[in-house]
Ligand binder design. Structure first.
Ligand code: ADP
Length: 151
């Protein structure tokens, strides 16, 4: 069984994540979307809301599971018996950041990180931009899946 973890904050889920998820599931038998709980981070959406948006978006995808985790991603992978971490790359800044994390994870475990490049037209989308649009009362609906609604 080829099982991968797609870890992230998903604050909130965006069409950028969605693109990586839909393309990622074609590579694996099971994809666990793992929502990180970091007590040091301040989120716009609660863990419950972030989970609800993702569960709703993929309720008809039998290969996708949605779970939350705390601590190291590699420890969570080992617990779930997942051999792969899936991550998306938008730009050179993502690459530099992700490279350091992937090397560290390889040092700590045997887990391989698989990177997918963002589809053209999605690379500008980030959760932080979506949060900014929401905060300022803009129309965010073209940036997120339908399940992400603030009211
Ligand atoms: P984190 O806090 O771990 O960066 P995010 O929720 O911001 O969590 O991102 C989770 C994953 O989704 C990361 O691999 C990130 O690069 C990827 N991602 C986010 N937005 C996009 C996008 N527009 N296109 C491709 N990948 C994306």
């Amino acid at each position: 069984m080829r099982r991968a973890i797609f870890p992230g904050s998903f604050d909130p889920l965006t069409l950028g994540h969605h693109d990586i998820i839909l393309r990622g599931i074609t590579l694996f038998d099971e994809l666990i979307i793992a929502i990180g709980e970091n007590s040091e981070k301040k989120y716009m959406f609660s863990l419950k809301e972030r989970t609800k948006f993702i569960k709703e978006a993929y309720k008809n995808e039998p290969k996708i599971k949605v779970l939350t985790y705390k601590g190291l991603t590699v420890d969570f992978c080992q617990k779930m018996e997942a051999n792969f971490i899936l991550r998306g790359l938008r730009n050179p800044a993502d690459f530099e950041f992700e490279k350091a994390i992937a090397h560290t994870n390889r040092k700590l475990s045997e887990i391989e990180t698989v990177f997918l490049l963002t589809s053209s037209g999605k690379s500008y989308i980030s959760s932080s931009i979506v949060r900014d649009v929401i905060r300022n009362g803009g129309d965010y609906t073209g940036l997120v899946p339908d399940s992400v609604r603030t009211s």
